[in-house]
Design a protein around this ligand. Structure first.
Ligand SMILES: NC(=O)c1ccc[n+]([C@@H]2O[C@H](COP(=O)([O-])OP(=O)(O)OC[C@H]3O[C@@H](n4cnc5c(N)ncnc54)[C@H](O)[C@@H]3O)[C@@H](O)[C@H]2O)c1
Ligand SMILES: CC(C)[C@H](C(=O)O)[C@@H](O)C(=O)O
Ligand SMILES: [Mg+2]
Length: 357
């Protein structure tokens, strides 16, 4: 039987609740499709700070490095907001992405027919939307130096640096061009080249690479316009290429096209080694521990892990199918609830997903 080593990182807030659902489905999918997943669970984020003082213990990173794929739920809690930045839960996640060299974050945004009325946008605006945000994940203003907070001239000042090298832009742009080639052949690169030097380099490199992709229709858009176009006419987009910060913001915005941030999965990939599969949403402290979380983004992450990380395509399709069938049958978590549907908690949704597998 095929065997795969999976590191599970439930993390904080709703993380453990949605991880339990994903594990249930992954075990069942393995049984149905002839493979076994060997799970190891490790702490990251707030739970790791509580246990060991570090948001990314060395043992967690080492286990991830030795795995075939990593499935992370979410990290973060207001309890840690006053800690120095290097000790905060978010730093654990950033260090994991950097430690595994996961420079490419793929965030697919698809509208499931059953959820056409769940979005805050009109059905005729979102119908048929199928786009992919390709977000650079280990550079830009998240990691740029210098950064810090200083006292100067009787005032306090804080600063971060938005920086990209040619090499960093080229490798993420190549991922986006290749994806566009496999999809509809359309790529829109997002920047702020009218103001920022770092964006002008970004645009110059994307233009230079376009010479190798004569079959891809490339356009550029300023990020402020992109934020507007995403809600005005999202169907104009196929692959969106963004830097780290712009992609973070635009993907949360794009999540609302699907009806809820609780529906959006992502895959964080490097050029080799295990991928990290992580929902776009956070630890949702406002609903944590109340059996209210939508586990479907996490289940769709598990599907991405099966397809991209483990090449278990049939099982991936089965998981996605189960999400579609449960929604078509009218089951909803609170974030997606609309008239005439049946509301379920996180665990109840897990049971329905399992039955529909
Ligand atoms: N990848 C990650 O682990 C990740 C991502 C984003 C934010 N965070 C962290 O999470 C914490 C909370 O951040 P936030 O409130 O800005 O963002 P969030 O995504 O956690 O929550 C935003 C809103 O969406 C809702 N929501 C999110 N996921 C949901 C789900 N699966 N089902 C139902 N509702 C859901 C929440 O209840 C909340 O109202 C912070 O500490 C932040 O740093 C972590
Ligand atoms: C929690 C935070 C570090 C993270 C990010 O900004 O990348 C999150 O918002 C995300 O979108 O994955
Ligand atoms: Mg985010």
């Amino acid at each position: 039987m095929r065997q795969h080593r999976i590191v599970l990182l439930p993390g904080d807030g709703i993380g453990p609740e949605i991880t339990a659902v994903a594990k249930l489905l992954l075990d069942a999918a393995g049984e149905q499709h002839g493979f076994k997943l060997n799970f190891e669970q490790h702490p990251i984020g707030g739970v790791a700070i509580d246990a060991s003082g570090s948001p990314l213990p060395a043992s967690t990173l080492e286990a991830c490095q030795a795995s075939d794929a990593v499935l992370l739920a979410a990290i973060g809690s207001p309890r840690f907001d006053a800690l120095p930045r290097e000790q905060r839960p978010e730093t654990g996640l950033l260090s994991l992405r950097a430690g595994l060299k996961l420079f490419a974050n793929l965030r697919p945004v698809t509208i499931l027919p059953a959820l056409i009325d769940a979005s805050s946008l009109k059905a005729n605006v979102i119908k048929g939307v199928d786009l992919m945000v390709v977000r650079e994940l280990t550079g830009g203003i998240y990691f740029g130096q210098p950064k810090g907070r200083i006292e100067a001239d009787g005032d306090e000042r804080a600063f971060n640096t938005m920086t990209y090298s040619r090499t960093e832009v080229d490798r993420i742009a190549k991922v986006a061009f290749d994806l566009a080639r496999d999809r509809s052949g359309k790529l829109c690169s997002i920047d702020k080249a009218n103001v920022l030097d770092v964006s002008q380099l970004w645009r110059d490199r994307v233009d230079a690479l376009a010479a190798n992709y004569g079959d891809v229709e490339l356009s550029h858009m300023y990020v402020d316009n992109a934020a507007m176009q995403l809600v005005r006419n999202p169907r104009q987009f196929d692959v969106l290429l963004t830097g780290n910060l712009f992609g973070d913001i635009l993907s949360d915005e794009a999540a609302m096209l699907t009806g809820s941030i609780g529906m959006l999965p992502s895959a964080s990939l490097g050029s080799e080694g295990p991928g990290l599969f992580e929902p776009v949403h956070g630890s949702a402290p406002d609903i944590a521990g109340q059996d209210l979380a939508n586990p479907m983004a996490m289940v769709l992450c598990a599907a991405m892990m099966l397809r991209i990380g483990l090449k278990e395509n049939d099982a991936a399709t089965a998981l996605e199918g189960s999400v579609e069938r449960v929604l078509a049958a009218g089951f909803r978590t609170g974030d997606l609830m609309s008239e005439g549907c049946t509301q379920l908690g996180c665990a109840g949704m897990g049971e329905q997903l399992l039955q529909a597998l």
